[in-house]
Write a protein that binds this ligand. Structure first.
Ligand SMILES: [Zn+2]
Length: 212
């Protein structure tokens, strides 16, 4: 979601900025495609690095836990039982449950209930990288598509209109998912989109005049 917003705002701004600077249709299209590729790869790299360090932390925590289980199994059983007690189980039952769970899968029980590491929520760097690159690319796609299929004089107006509408949609869906008022989320993200496009158009005009 956030990646799609990024892709939409940055690529649309880039394209309208280049279009304001010069009128070569091919160069405008190329800027959109390059912006889309660069942004997606940069998102993938950033996500990969951050989720990898999260995965390293999880791996180190699990290794430590495995060593503790080997060195002091009884203390670990009491520790796990104490966690169940703090969640409302009576001490005797908690100790029994801890024992049975550790007989079944000691590391798994400690990973879940002590460290909060679950199989479904484990850090997966590659999947995270692909997902955020794809989401950026999906958001970035409308701008170069409009350039490819529209006459040059319509490009800026069409990109601005489509971008604002899509930002409204993304913003209100994100607000809805987050349980916030829809119009507020939509207005907030659309405001930044308008600001970004206005800035790059001004910068493009200015540099276009200075260098052209
Ligand atoms: Zn433990």
């Amino acid at each position: 979601m956030l990646g799609a917003n990024d892709g939409l705002i940055s690529t649309s701004s880039l394209v309208v900025g280049v279009a304001a600077a010069q009128s070569d249709h091919h160069a405008v299209l190329l800027s959109g495609i390059a912006g889309m590729a660069a942004g997606s790869l940069s998102m993938a790299a950033g996500e990969y690095v951050s989720v990898s360090s999260q995965a390293d932390t999880e791996k180190a925590d699990l290794a430590l836990e495995r060593a503790e289980l080997k060195a002091a199994p009884e203390a670990e059983k009491k520790e796990l039982a104490q966690i169940y007690v703090s969640r409302g189980v009576d001490p005797e039952t908690a100790y029994k449950v801890a024992g049975q769970m550790m007989d079944h899968d000691a590391l798994g029980a400690h990973a879940r209930d002590e460290l909060g590491i679950h199989e479904q929520t484990r850090a997966r760097p590659l999947q995270a990288a692909v997902a955020s690159a794809a989401s950026f690319a999906a958001g970035a796609l409308p701008a170069p598509l409009l350039v490819a299929f529209l006459a040059p004089r319509w490009i800026t107006a069409a990109i601005a209109a489509v971008t604002i509408v899509l930002l409204f949609v993304l913003g209100s869906v994100a607000a809805e998912l987050g349980g916030a008022p829809r119009w507020r989320g939509a207005l907030r993200v659309a405001f930044w989109g308008v600001l970004a496009m206005a800035c790059t158009i001004l910068i493009g005009r200015w540099f276009g005049t200075v260098t052209g």
